[in-house]
Ligand binder design. Structure first.
Ligand code: NGQ
Ligand code: ZN
Length: 453
C-alpha cells in the first residue's frame, strides 16, 4: 500500500502504556510515525480506541473444518487420543484447495476477533497416499495463499514428524501425510521459504512436533538445520505423554527437554500443561514462551497450566487457537484467566501487582509473548507493520470505561461484539467487525466442507 494516511484515536495502547489523542502515520503498510496528544487533522480517519493486533501463536488451520464434529460420545471413554483418531480421519481427505478454503475462513475469523498474525504449526505435508507432492511445500503454499487473500501475518512453522511415540516408534498409517526424515525435511524447509515469497512480512521457523515424534538425535540435528527464526514444540499436554516420557527416559517431558536442548527465547513450548513446580520455574528462567491454548486445552480435556508460579517467576506466555474449534481472541484470554480462577479458587491471577488490571496483564502479556514466539516485534511501534484493532467506544459494555478498564470490559464483559476495525499491515481488512472478503471466503469454505463431509 502506497501513499501516506493518518489514523487518529482518542486512546491507544502503546508499548509504554495508554496514550491519549494518538495520531498514527501510515506509509507502505508501516507505522511511519506515532504522535500523542495531538488533535486530528481534517483528513484523518478517526476512531475511539486502539489496541495492537494480537498474535495467535499456535494454529492448525485445517482443524477449523472439523469444529463441532468430535463432540459426540464414542463407544468407550473419550479422550484426547480418541479425538486424535477423528482428526486423523478428517485429515485423510484434505487436498491443497480444501486446505486453502478452510484456512482462509479460519484466518478471516482470526482477524475479525483481533488476531493479526498466526503461527501455523504445519504438519499436513504430503499427498493423500503419503507421498510428497511434486512441490514438497504444496500444502504450505496453500496456507500462504490463504494468508495472502485474507491479509493475516503468517509465521510458518514447518513441522518435523517422524515417529509415533517415544523411542523412535514407527509412525502409524494415520500419520503418513506428516512424515519426513531429516533430508526430506531440509528440502521441505527450502521449499517452504519459497512458498512465502509473496507475503511481505512472513516469518519462517521450524517445529519438532513433540518429543513423541522425534528422537534425541533428530532433535539435535533439527536445531542445526532450522532457520534462525522461531522454534516450537508441543510438550506435556496430556498425562499419558508424561507417563510415556518417564517410562522411556526416567524424566518428565519439560525436564527432559531443558536437560537436552538449549531452550532460549526462540523457543515456544506449546501447552506445557503438566509440569512439576521445579519444571515451571526452570522454564520461566529460559526466556522461552509458554504457548497456552485455553479453548483447545479445555475442549480436549488437557488440564491446567500452573500460571501463578510461572508468572511469579517472570515466565512469558502467549495464546494460540490451536484446534480452532472456536476462534476468538477475547474468549481465549477470558478462559485463560477463568481456568486459573477455577483451578486455584482465587481471582485476578494474571496481574502481578496490587491494583493491576487482569485484562491488561492478559492482553499485554499475550502481545509480547506472542510476538516473541512468532519472530516479530509486536505492539504499535514506529517502523513496524501497522497491525491495529479498534474497539467501539459506544459498545454498552465499554460505556464510561477508561484505558485498562476498556481491556477488562472487552475481555470479561463484551467479547467480540466490541470489535470494530482491524488494520493489518496498514490495510483495513475488518470493517464494522466483518472481514471485507468474508462472503467469498465463506462460499468456498461451504463448498469445501460439502466435498469433505
Ligand atoms: C496436533 N493437537 O498435532 O494437531 C495435536 C494432536 C498429537 C494438539 N495437541 C496430535 N492439540 O499431539 O499427537
Ligand atoms: Zn497443536
Amino acid at each position: 500500500m502506497t501513499g501516506t494516511r493518518h489514523l487518529h484515536f482518542a486512546e491507544a495502547l502503546l508499548p509504554e502504556g495508554w496514550a491519549g489523542n494518538v495520531r498514527i502515520t501510515v506509509r507502505d503498510g508501516l507505522c511511519a510515525a506515532i504522535e500523542t496528544e495531538v488533535a486530528p487533522a481534517p483528513q484523518d480517519e478517526r476512531h475511539g480506541l486502539a489496541i495492537p493486533g494480537l498474535p495467535n501463536l499456535h494454529s492448525h488451520a485445517f482443524q477449523r473444518g472439523m469444529a463441532g464434529l468430535a463432540e459426540r460420545r464414542g463407544p468407550s471413554s473419550d479422550s484426547f487420543w480418541t479425538w486424535r483418531e477423528i482428526m486423523y480421519r478428517f485429515v485423510d481427505r484434505i487436498g491443497p484447495a480444501e486446505l486453502q478454503a478452510i484456512a482462509a475462513l479460519a484466518y478471516v475469523e482470526m482477524l475479525e476477533t483481533g488476531f493479526t498474525r498466526v503461527g501455523e504449526f504445519h504438519y499436513l505435508h504430503h499427498d493423500l497416499d503419503g507421498r510428497p507432492y511434486d512441490d514438497p511445500a504444496e500444502m504450505a503454499a496453500a496456507l500462504a495463499a490463504a494468508a495472502h487473500e485474507t491479509g493475516i501475518g503468517l509465521t510458518l512453522l514447518p513441522v518435523f514428524y517422524a515417529h509415533a511415540g517415544f523411542g523412535g516408534d514407527e509412525p502409524g498409517a494415520g500419520q503418513r501425510r506428516f512424515i519426513c526424515d531429516i533430508d526430506r525435511f531440509a528440502l521441505l524447509l527450502q521449499s517452504s521459504g519459497r512458498a512465502l515469497a509473496d507475503l511481505p512480512d512472513a516469518v519462517l521457523g521450524a517445529a519438532p512436533h513433540s518429543l513423541r515424534a522425534v528422537t534425541p538425535e533428530e532433535l539435535a540435528t533439527l536445531q542445526q538445520i532450522a532457520p534462525a527464526g522461531p522454534f516450537h514444540i508441543h510438550i506435556a499436554e496430556q498425562e499419558r505423554e508424561v507417563a510415556d516420557c518417564l517410562a522411556w527416559s526416567g524424566a518428565r517431558p519439560v525436564a527432559w527437554l531443558l536437560d537436552h536442548a538449549a531452550v532460549d527465547g526462540r523457543w515456544c513450548l506449546v501447552h506445557a500443561t503438566h509440569m512439576q513446580e521445579s519444571e515451571t520455574l526452570r522454564l520461566a528462567q529460559t526466556g522461552a514462551v509458554a504457548g497456552l491454548c485455553p479453548i483447545t486445552e479445555a475442549n480436549l480435556g488437557d488440564g491446567l497450566f500452573n500460571a501463578p508460579a510461572y508468572l511469579a517467576a517472570g515466565g512469558r506466555f502467549g495464546i494460540g487457537s490451536d484446534s480452532n474449534v472456536l476462534i476468538d481472541a477475547s474468549e481465549e484470554l477470558r478462559l485463560l484467566e477463568y481456568g486459573q480462577r477455577l483451578g486455584h479458587r482465587g481471582r485476578n491471577i494474571f496481574p502481578q501487582a496490587a491494583g493491576a488490571s487482569a485484562g491488561h496483564a492478559l492482553f499485554d502479556g499475550a502481545v509480547r509473548g506472542g510476538a516473541q514466539a512468532l519472530g516479530v516485534p509486536g505492539g504499535l511501534r514506529v517502523g513496524e507493520a501497522l497491525d491495529v484493532v479498534s474497539l467501539r467506544p459506544d459498545h454498552p459494555s465499554l460505556a464510561g470505561k477508561f484505558r485498562d478498564a476498556v481491556l477488562d470490559s472487552w475481555i470479561f464483559a463484551a467479547g467480540r461484539t466490541a470489535l470494530d476495525g482491524v488494520w493489518r499491515r496498514g490495510q483495513k481488512v475488518v470493517v464494522n467487525g466483518r472481514h471485507v472478503a468474508r462472503e467469498g471466503v465463506e462460499m468456498r469454505y461451504r463448498r469445501a466442507l460439502q466435498s469433505l463431509l
